[in-house]
Design a protein. Structure first.
Length: 393
């Protein structure tokens, strides 16, 4: 006997699908925000690094420009050469202050300096001491351009000025530039790593999303196939599916009941006069009758029960850990529910009624069909009593 079934706890799977979809949307939103913030930081960091490298590189050019035009002024007295030298020296001091300001501000506020240890060694240690060398060079330039004479009355030697500009100050500035470029390479490597992490995170999110889409597509395909078998719309709320799952569940319930010496009962539902309804009113009306009965059963059953459909007009309800007396009470409750909901409900002037057979698991029962057969036999013996009856096997 082919059984098409549905566990009545199906709404939890719907909630699970909704939850997974919401979680995926949340992850997508968080990813978008993360990518935006990361890219913003990458742009800012790269702009800052590029600016520092550029400014440190300018220092070498400005050093040579200030010293060369100062020397030209000493030899020729050309005022234009003096102005050019002073301008280069002013730009050089401004750049120097710009590069050191973050260091001084951090120390002033009691924070750790953003300047690397290697750069601090180049700027402030006795071996290189770029800071003091630049200050001394600036004083010499101003002295040469503005005073032209030292205290003893002798003019500043242009050769000494050139030597001070090129060695060791120029070498020290070269070291500073190389250090900035090295830090730039390290930061670029870090940014590339961040970029790769973001890329693979996006790939992972897309992969999870693809899996969800495939799973939902598979479920929808199964639902469509089952709805085609049942001749019902695929979006119908009480569509039933997976007869294998129902039979497997029944087999496990029977084995568990025998192993733990537990009771189990079955309710067999028979829609009264269904063949006449099908013959007189057609398949569409018969499908509406089946849908209405299934909806009522699903809304009445307990969460631990399993509902299945056997043949067209017959439904079966598995009741784990339920004795015949308890099943009989539940059957009468369902019968009253049908009376309240369906007695005055007419589908094309059709009054519905459902008869219920009750059967309990016996010691010799090994398959579900044995229990269902006893419930159906109980219904058959009292068939002449009319519809809307409850019969105990």
């Amino acid at each position: 006997m082919a059984i098409i079934s549905r566990n009545i706890t199906q709404p939890s799977s719907v909630r699970g699908t909704m939850l997974s979809s919401m979680l995926y949307l949340l992850l997508g939103g968080l990813l978008a925000i993360s990518v935006h913030l990361t890219l913003d930081k990458v742009i800012q960091a790269q702009a800052k690094v590029a600016h520092e490298v550029n400014v440190s590189g300018q220092q070498r050019m400005l050093l040579q420009r200030a010293s060369l035009f100062a020397t030209a002024y000493l030899y020729s007295g050309d005022i234009a050469a003096k102005q050019t030298s002073l301008q280069a020296l002013g730009e050089m001091q401004a750049n120097h202050q710009h590069l050191l300001n973050p260091h001084y501000n951090a120390l002033k506020e009691g924070h750790t300096s953003p300047m690397s240890f290697d750069l601090q060694q180049l700027y402030f240690t006795a071996e290189n001491n770029v800071n003091e060398q630049l200050m001394a060079f600036s004083e010499q330039i101003y002295h040469a351009l503005n005073l032209q004479e030292q205290k003893n009355g002798a003019k500043l030697d242009a050769k000494v000025l050139m030597e001070m500009a090129y060695t060791p100050l120029l070498n020290s500035l070269n070291g500073v530039v190389r250090q900035y470029e090295s830090q730039d390479s390290e930061r670029m490597a870090t940014l590339i790593l961040v970029q790769m992490v973001v890329f693979w995170l996006i790939v992972a999110i897309l992969f999870v999303g693809l899996l969800l889409i495939l799973l939902n597509a598979k479920k929808q395909h199964q639902k469509t196939v089952i709805s085609r078998i049942l001749n019902r719309p695929s979006d119908q709320s009480n569509s039933m599916f997976s007869h294998f799952a129902f039979e497997l569940s029944a087999t496990k319930l029977i084995a568990t009941a025998h192993r733990h010496n537990e009771s189990m009962s079955v309710l067999a539902f028979d829609i009264d006069r269904f063949p006449r309804i099908l013959a007189n009113h057609g398949q569409d009306v018969a499908d509406k009758v089946l849908t209405r009965v299934a909806d009522t059963l699903l809304s009445t059953c307990r969460e631990s029960d399993y509902l299945g459909q056997v043949a067209d007009e017959k439904f079966v309800l598995l009741l784990p850990r339920t004795s015949a007396e308890q099943a009989l009470c539940l059957a009468n409750k369902i019968r009253l529910q049908f009376q309240q909901e369906l007695a005055n409900t007419h589908l094309n002037e059709i009054s519905l009624s459902v008869s219920i057979g009750v059967s309990e698991l016996a010691g010799e029962d090994s398959i579900l069909q044995h229990i269902i057969s006893r419930a159906e036999q109980a219904l058959g013996r009292k068939k002449n009593e009319g519809g809307g009856r409850v019969c105990l096997a």
